[in-house]
Ligand binder design. Structure first.
Ligand code: MV4
Length: 444
């Protein structure tokens, strides 16, 4: 087992990893930018190293600075959390070259899953259901036209280097194809330095349901059930829950098996997520594979009573998985509490938290790095905390979430708490009747 893990991240996920390391008897190193010198991970880690100024490119994204911090402190592994360098092929490789275990995917796996057209080709070959579309990248606009005629409108153009919606264009009819083609390529080139674009049939009003998977160094893989992440806004998830209100035992078995196929196709080691789109007929299609611990891993932990960060560390150290799949028997919901103004287009609201009281009681969990007197810097994402509830049923989980939201006091910055309070009273949400389009028509 590792003796000392450096956490190449900040905020709540740095705290999350430090907590599990402590429980496992592993020493921790926090790295921080000057904007985070007063943060809790710096205080709670065994050691802390400043790695640069507030701007991420010179601190949390600086591979030389982070590797230097690991060498100075003799860390034998690096946990990258989510975001930042967690899915960076080069960082994974540089760690390898320095004899430091990267607690995440191998460089080849990151490359294979990071290029979406390559990932899709791998999944088709492995027998994972994919959305009908072009075979690989489109050559030119005529190629796009031929494919669209075959697939039938509406279609969607997607940047192969994309993810998170950048370089994506929905096309409803042929006369709009040329403009969509030009703008998708331009946007992809500017955002990723790669203008490769492919095409798919556009699935209208899908649900976003993802399967948590785990794989070991011996080629075994299992699934840990699903999360429904359909409540999103501009590709930012706001609420996640498990089980999905749309799930059936049959669908879970089928999607679970598909996710395991996906994991085995790339000999996946560690914990990961296979994202699917699910249409109204409960047909499901591979969308992306995430090779990191995700923000919403917490709800899976609550319903299967299992520490996913501990599992991640054990798998990185070469342990075997048990091999059995998991079915949730409880219901968990997470609300992301952001420093944003829900009455003002979710505008970021950084600043000092002047008063803070977090909810508690049975079945309530808060993952956070903030405290009364803490100043949320403007340089990073605006998440204040994750409020997670777990209960016997979905109805009870919603009631518990309402109660917990009512107890939550955060003064000094605007937060998304009022949005979540409204959502937890929404008839459609309560019925479980929602798709990824839900937020387009929801208003406070
Ligand atoms: C789609 C789609 C409909 N049809 N692909 C959004 C981000 C990127 N990962 C893929 N995305 C989508 N791909 C086809 N063929 C709809 C979306 C999509 C979406 C997916 C999941 C969650 C929220 C979404 C919001 C808008 C569009």
């Amino acid at each position: 087992m590792f003796k000392k893990i450096l956490i190449a991240n900040r905020g709540e996920i740095a705290m999350r990893v430090i907590r599990t390391c402590k429980e496992m008897g592993i020493k921790t190193v926090a790295v921080y930018s000057t904007a985070d010198k007063d943060s809790l991970p710096v205080r709670f880690a065994d050691e802390a190293v400043c790695i640069g100024p507030p701007v991420s490119s010179k601190s949390y994204l600086s591979i030389p600075n982070i590797i230097a911090a690991a060498e100075i402190t003799n860390a034998d592994a690096i946990h990258p959390g989510y975001g930042f360098l967690s899915e960076n092929e080069k960082f994974s490789r540089v760690c390898q070259e320095h004899g430091i275990k990267f607690i995440g995917a191998l460089p080849e796996q990151i490359a294979a899953m990071g290029d979406k057209a390559t990932a899709k080709a791998t999944m088709i070959k492995a027998g994972v259901p994919c959305i009908p579309g072009s075979v690989g990248l489109l050559k030119d606009v005529d190629d796009a036209k031929e494919n669209a005629t075959r697939i039938k409108y509406p279609v969607i153009l997607k940047a192969t280097a994309g993810g998170g919606g950048k370089g994506m264009r929905i096309v409803w009819k042929e006369e709009d194809l040329q403009e969509a083609w030009d703008s998708a390529r331009q946007e992809a080139a500017a955002a990723f330095g790669n203008d490769g674009v492919y095409m798919e049939k556009f699935i209208e009003e899908p649900r976003h349901i993802e399967i948590q998977i785990a794989g070991d160094q011996f080629g075994n893989a299992c699934h840990l059930s699903e999360r429904d992440c359909s409540i999103q806004r501009r590709h930012q998830k706001l609420v996640e829950e498990t089980p999905s209100p749309f799930m059936t035992p049959e669908l879970r078995d089928k999607m679970g098996e598909a996710a395991i196929k996906a994991a085995k196709a790339v000999r996946y080691e560690g914990v990961g997520t296979v994202e699917f789109l699910v249409d109204k007929n409960r047909d499901f299609y591979f969308m992306e594979m995430n090779t990191r611990i995700q923000v919403e891993h917490t709800i899976t932990e609550e319903v299967i009573n299992f520490d996913l960060v501990k599992e991640q560390i054990k798998l990185a150290a070469g342990e075997k998985i048990s091999g059995k799949n998991y079915t949730p028997i409880l219901h968990s919901i997470q609300c992301r509490i952001n420093a944003e103004d829900p009455y003002n287009d979710f505008r970021p609201s950084p600043g000092k938290i002047t008063d803070y009281h977090s909810p508690g009681g049975h079945g309530v969990r808060i993952d956070t790095h903030v405290y009364a007197g803490y100043t949320i810097p403007p340089n990073y994402d605006s998440m204040i905390s994750k409020l997670i509830v777990v209960a016997q049923t979905r109805e009870e989980a919603i009631l518990k979430m309402r109660r917990a939201l009512d107890e939550y006091i955060i003064q000094g910055v605007k937060t998304t708490i009022p949005f979540h309070q409204k959502l937890m009273q929404d008839p459609k949400f309560i019925e479980g009747d929602f798709t990824t389009k839900f937020m387009e028509t929801f208003s406070l």
